[in-house]
Ligand binder design. Sequence first.
Ligand SMILES: [Zn+2]
Ligand SMILES: [Zn+2]
Length: 277
Amino acid sequence: MRISNYHMHCSYCDGAGEPKQYVEEAIKKGFSVIGFSSHTPVPIDNCWTMKEERMQEYLDNIEELKKEYSEKIEIYTGLETDYFEGDNRNIFNTYKVDYQIGSVHFLKDYKTNNYYTVDGNKEDFEKTLYECFEGDIKQFASNYYHQIIKMLEEYTPEILGHLDVIKKNNGDGKYFLEEEQWYRELIEKVLDVVKDKGIIVEVNTGGITRGYIQEPYPSKWILAECKKREIPVMVNSDAHSVENIDGCFDLAYSILKEVGYRELAILKDGKWGSTNF
Ligand SMILES: [Zn+2]
Ligand SMILES: [Zn+2]
């Protein structure tokens, strides 16, 4: 079963493959609706977001594909937009798209004003932990989740991206245990804001397909907390290559069923709604 996927990166940012290739693969795999979510430009030099000068081309290209494939699949134009502390570009309100996935990938070091990643490999993670937070994982996690809260309160994107990406390098519980009270409290604070703002939580399988962890973002217990609050959810692959557009979807669907979900949030016929799965 394949329903929708609104989180895909193609050659406009750090994904491999032209948008058209993703569309054709999605049709082959039986998706009825997909959305592209290229990385919106950020205020630091990097090689993973779109460049501002290519934004219009991206938006136009997806619009063309919508028309070209309208008989076979519904396509939406999205963006994965970063919340960067201290960024005053009002970037969430700059581009007119069908939806935005709001994500926190970087944290600001108040001492140096440098940004450190939350979403890198183990080496990057330790650099953030030790250089930015002096080895204090509670401060690291607290800063990360408070950035998410600020993003949701200030901009209210439709979808919250990879909620607990901070666990990316913590598969063996090396840095923290999710069952600890302080960590649970941070998650609960985030979920209260998610509920209050009516935001969709994505179940993101990208950390599995890229070999970091064994389960999606967010963890199953967090999805159970989402269900208690009746927070809408969707399954996204965060694909950076065509073959991963439905990577580990069956696992994500089955976890959602285990915690009691029967419906997924969906953007279809231009409207947000829900569908059984
Ligand atoms: Zn992301
Ligand atoms: Zn992404």
